[in-house]
Design a protein around this ligand. Structure first.
Ligand SMILES: O=C(NC1CCCCC1)[C@H](C1CCCCC1)n1c(-c2ccc(-n3cccn3)nc2)nc2cc(F)c(F)cc21
Length: 218
């Protein structure tokens, strides 16, 4: 069995990305807001647009800290951000939902989201995704690297130099793979499960436009 070891450079890379990921949290905690009050479908829709907008700004700031990202072609940087914004938003929502909360809070939060105005057909796939992320019990380094791998997806629309993005993504995947082996030694398939979530994430993100269009306003 080969000894898996994270190099000094990979350690430094992971620290930069994790610190940036933790620094760029959403300003006010939306989970707390949703637990405090019940909002109308219109208010929830507005809250979602506000959260999604601030999340995009957070995402732009975060990508500036991904070593090598700013060396990519400028237009490719924009194509990667545009292509990953919705996935990053659902991934962050899943991580917010999976956070350890006082008992009973997650159930209330789930109920508030179920009743927020999202149409029925999207509720199940969305919560299936949230729960499958929760079951992974990711450490924060894994969360930060998974978001980074999602942003550095070479086959987004309009990306010109896919090789350059692929090289960056490979670098991140190598660190993430080693981290998974070290963090979850009993589960050799953990890394593969983690990447499988990205497929589920992409599918969920295809519903995004329809989810907004079908928001049940009273
Ligand atoms: O604010 C949210 N997510 C943000 C976005 C940025 C980063 C942080 C979280 C929302 C929220 C807006 C108010 C109503 C109720 C939902 N949220 C969502 C969500 C629901 C639907 C959508 N849709 C996307 C297109 C159509 N629907 N996106 C996110 N899941 C959540 C899970 C939580 F634990 C949770 F706490 C909130 C969550």
């Amino acid at each position: 069995k080969e000894k898996v070891e994270i190099t000094k450079e990979q350690q430094a890379l992971m620290k930069i990305i994790t610190d940036a990921y933790n620094r760029h949290q959403i300003p006010q905690d939306v989970a707390k807001k949703l637990l405090q009050d019940q909002y109308s479908a219109e208010e929830n829709f507005l809250l979602l647009t506000e959260m999604a907008t601030s999340q995009v700004q957070v995402l732009v700031e975060f990508t500036k800290n991904i070593p090598g990202f700013l060396s990519l072609d400028r237009e490719d940087q924009i194509a990667l951000l545009k292509g990953s914004a919705v996935e990053a938003m659902f991934l962050r929502s899943a991580q917010v939902f999976s956070r350890k909360m006082p008992s009973g809070h997650t159930e209330v939060l789930e109920e508030r989201i179920r009743k927020s105005g999202i149409s029925e057909e999207f509720i199940t796939p969305m919560f299936n995704f949230y729960k499958s992320i929760g079951e992974l019990h990711m450490v924060q380094e894994e969360q930060a690297l998974l978001t980074t791998v999602t942003i550095l997806t070479p086959d987004r629309p309009y990306v010109k130099d896919q090789q350059a993005v692929e090289r960056l993504q490979e670098t991140m995947l190598d660190v993430l793979r080693k981290l998974c082996v070290l963090q979850h030694p009993q589960e050799p398939q953990y890394f593969a499960r983690l990447l499988g979530r990205l497929t589920e994430l992409r599918t969920l993100s295809h519903y995004h436009t329809e989810m907004l269009a079908s928001w049940r306003m009273n």
